[in-house]
Design a protein around this ligand. Structure first.
Ligand SMILES: [Zn+2]
Length: 138
């Protein structure tokens, strides 16, 4: 695992295995998700992989009625909006992800600060599976 480059490709590869992996700077402990090969705080390239536990809380969100084609293909539209959020993980990093298990037609019921846990959504067929990160209320 240590030999994998700290790239988007590695990140997605880990998502396929239902692992949420970030990179941690060995010099100053800064944490990056998705992973970065070079620390933007101290410019060190000494990074190590760190698996996130996948628990956090909702930091911000928006409900989207008109999404990109791949979301429309999943059945989301004006009548069936979906929720995108920024989740602050227990490890202290923030990540954008789809929030499921909430009613995007009733955004007033979605609360900033609500505890969430990670889910891995596998989409596509044999050989072309892509995994998307989502979070669900606990
Ligand atoms: Zn650093």
């Amino acid at each position: 695992m240590e030999e994998m480059p700290f790239s988007d490709i590695s990140y997605k590869c880990f998502l396929n295995q239902e692992k949420l992996m970030g990179s941690k700077c060995k010099k100053c402990d800064a944490l990056y998700l998705p992973p970065r090969p070079i620390c933007i705080k101290c410019h060190s390239s000494k990074m190590e992989w760190l698996e996130m536990k996948g628990n956090g809380k909702l930091s911000a969100f928006t409900c989207i009625a008109i999404g990109p084609p791949f979301m429309t293909a999943e059945g989301f539209d004006r009548k069936h909006p979906y929720c995108l959020g920024v989740v602050e993980l227990d490890e202290g990093v923030r990540i954008d992800a789809r929030i499921q298990g909430v009613d995007a037609n009733r955004p007033e019921g979605i609360k900033v600060g609500m505890p969430l846990s990670a889910r891995f959504l596998h989409r596509g067929g044999e050989g072309t599976v892509r995994t998307f990160l989502a979070f669900e209320p606990l």
